[in-house]
Design a protein around this ligand. Structure first.
Ligand SMILES: Cc1cc2nc3c(=O)[nH]c(=O)nc-3n(C[C@H](O)[C@H](O)[C@H](O)COP(=O)(O)O)c2cc1C
Length: 189
């Protein structure tokens, strides 16, 4: 973290920055180290973390905590729409990309027909925020036919780590998995 980042944190009174590298996943590791090394700040690692290995890796790299998003999207508590749930369940590790088609700004989602045919990043995408509404008629028509071809299917980089179970159980599992990984690491020394 350079002086400019540090000034921004001070300016906005941010005590615990959430650190996510552009490519997310474990590539956020270097940024985690960078942030956690400065001024004793407890940074929160985010992006592609959805199991005990990921949480343990984030902690091992100096993060004070791990933020888990997509992994909760198949829980009954999540307001994930049925078409979105189906896409997440069918997704593979390489199913997501950054796209500006839906909002005018880059955001990560599962590749569908819209992204496939227009290209994930398009100079033709209307500027943020009107882009959000530009594809709406297509989306509505497709969804009425049960298709997510034009639906924004937001997802982090690890949709395969999403688990279909109550959120509280998922939290318990993550804690248990993390403890097991950390214990295993301890016995290797
Ligand atoms: C359904 C969904 C909605 C999101 N909405 C936003 C948003 O409005 N603004 C934002 O900065 N990031 C948004 N994100 C990105 C998350 O903040 C986070 O960066 C991303 O999910 C990576 O973490 P994960 O791999 O644990 O999901 C969203 C992600 C998902 C899955």
């Amino acid at each position: 973290m350079n002086w400019h980042d540090r000034r921004l944190l001070d300016l906005f009174g941010i005590e615990h920055p959430i650190v996510q590298a552009p490519m997310a996943g474990m590539s956020s590791a270097q940024m985690t180290i960078a942030v956690s090394e400065v001024g004793g700040l407890g940074s929160i690692a985010a992006g592609g973390i959805g199991d005990g290995r990921g949480v343990a890796a984030a902690l091992a790299l100096g993060a004070a905590a791990a933020q888990v998003g997509t992994a909760f999207m198949l829980t009954p508590e999540a307001k994930t729409a049925p078409l979105h749930r189906a896409a997440l369940k069918a997704a593979r590790d390489d199913s997501t990309t950054l796209t500006n088609l839906f909002t005018g700004r880059p955001a990560r989602g599962i590749v569908n027909r819209f992204i496939h045919e227009v290209g994930a990043i398009s100079a033709d995408a209307p500027a943020f925020p009107p882009a959000a509404g530009a594809a709406q008629p297509l989306r509505v028509a497709a969804e009425a036919k049960g298709s997510s071809d034009f639906t924004p299917l937001w997802s982090g980089q690890a949709p395969t780590l999403a688990r279909e179970m109550p959120a509280a159980e998922l939290v318990t599992q993550l804690v248990e998995e993390t403890a097991r990984v950390l214990e295993r690491m301890g016995t290797r020394l």
